[in-house]
Design a binder for this molecule. Sequence first.
Ligand code: SAM
Length: 230
Amino acid sequence: PPLYMQRYQFVIDYVKTYRPKKVIDFGCAECFLLKKLKFHRNGIQLLVGVDLNSVVLLKRMHTLAPLISDYLQPSDGPLTIELYQGSVTEREPCTRGFDLVTCVELIEHLELVEVARFSEVVFGFMAPGAVIVSTPNAEFNPLLPGLRGFRNHDHKFEWTRAEFQTWAHKVCKDYGYTVQFTGVGEAVGHWREVGFCTQIAVFQRNFHDSMSNAERLEPSVYRLMYKVVY
Ligand code: SAM
């Protein structure tokens, strides 16, 4: 399967194993991952997507609308889906208390000063139970045919494994998380040494608290674009 599908599948497998109830996808763009998570619910009760770009949300949000089959098949309890226009560098109180935050191919679109704010907002302020972050592995780039510079013109950086791990370990130290590294897309033969094409960090919060049962606040910073309950 193509690389982007492997990234989504990684998140779906994680959800299958750890069964988070409240999930937020940062940089949800065309809502592809949200749509997949809606299909592979595995007990998710609240699914939130956030993107800076309201145009892309407006264009694709209808794909999250319930299908007739959603009403015919008995589901495992109500599911709420919300889409917001907002930035991952802003503190939005209604995003606290989630079980899982996913950031698939997002951080490399932020300036490094924004990455620092993102880290504080996500790990310090939102403090979810787990965070999945994926980003390109710069060490894999020589294997990509015809590539000059970054993989996308909007990327502000592409990190080596050491750079990604340095950032992740600092986040763990500052905010009390434990991290494990993996990835998707492997080269063959001796090229395997360059690591995965997409590197992935999976963070788990060290201390358990019951914030996840706290009452949900109304959004005050993000702009609600779409909401459906089924
Ligand atoms: N996660 C999706 C995927 O894997 O298919 C899309 C990733 S796309 C490469 C990056 C997305 O991040 C874009 O939709 C962009 O609008 C969004 N983005 C960039 N900066 C952002 C920010 N500060 N806050 C929220 N979203 C942001």
